[in-house]
Design a protein. Structure first.
Length: 235
């Protein structure tokens, strides 16, 4: 199996001294879908920001496929790892959905001729081709979330990371997003509080608390361990 994400001894402390990650070891194979679970303040978002090079570890290494993260490779890592942030409005700022979806690949140097194909492919993947010319502000919350996903898919990432993708979605929009995520064959890391949602999409779960990995198991097994979940404020 090809390794997609390899973390070795990753530690991180914010500039103000707050410790956020301690000695994280994690291996995710290409094509795997892994839920990253944990209570508020566990370090989930901090971990996610290391995967696309927004943060660089204070100790240890982060490797995406064969590229080790450093200040020099951060841009390359950012191209390979697509992050869908919690608030879709962070990723939608152009006059139309199609322009937003073209923005990433254009920025990474994809030429004009290929851009339309990239946009079509990404919008088709999220079931939004018909809304290409819509202003993002005139989409529903669920559509905005899928549009934000398309802005990342158009960069053809090797690894996709989503932070709380089901937050604020109604049941239909949640199901539509889960269906889209399950059709992708990209390596997926899903950061969430929503255990049933994670179980619908992921086969494996990593439980984080106080900046450490406290469990890494098949998700059905982890969700069945009520004592463990209670101990880490997850139920
Ligand atoms: N910019 C920051 N500066 C200082 N401390 C931070 C910052 N962002 C997060 N933290 C702290 O780092 C720890 C992990 O936070 P975070 O990764 O956001 O957790 P989660 O996403 O699991 O809720 C917490 O103690 C949090 O208060
Ligand atoms: Mg967070």
């Amino acid at each position: 199996m090809t390794a997609a994400v390899t973390l070795r001894g990753v530690g991180y402390r914010y500039p103000d001294g707050t410790p956020a990650l301690h000695d994280i070891d994690l291996d995710v194979a290409a094509g795997e879908r892994v839920a990253v679970l944990g209570p508020n303040g566990a370090g989930k978002s901090t971990l996610m920001l290391h995967l696309n090079g927004v943060l660089v570890p204070v100790s240890g290494t982060v490797t995406i496929h064969d590229v080790e993260l450093s200040r020099k490779t951060a841009r390359e890592i950012r191209r390979r790892v697509g992050v869908v942030f919690q608030d879709p409005d962070d990723q939608l700022f152009m006059p139309t959905v199609a322009q937003d979806v073209a923005f990433g690949p254009a920025n990474f140097g994809v030429d004009e001729g290929e851009l339309d194909a990239r946009v079509d492919e990404a919008l088709a993947a999220v079931g939004m081709k018909a809304l290409a010319d819509r202003a993002p502000g005139r989409l529903s919350v669920g559509e905005r979330r899928r549009a934000a996903l398309a802005t990342v898919l158009s960069c053809r990432p090797d690894v996709l990371v989503l932070d709380e993708p089901s937050a604020n979605l109604d049941p239909v929009a949640r199901r539509e997003l889960a269906e889209v995520l399950c059709t992708l064959d990209t390596t997926l890391l899903l950061v969430t509080h929503d255990l049933p949602y994670a179980a619908r999409i992921c086969e494996r779960a990593v439980l984080l608390d106080e900046g450490r990995i406290v469990a890494d198991r098949p998700i059905t097994e982890l969700l069945g361990d009520t004592a463990l979940l209670a101990q880490h404020r997850m139920s």
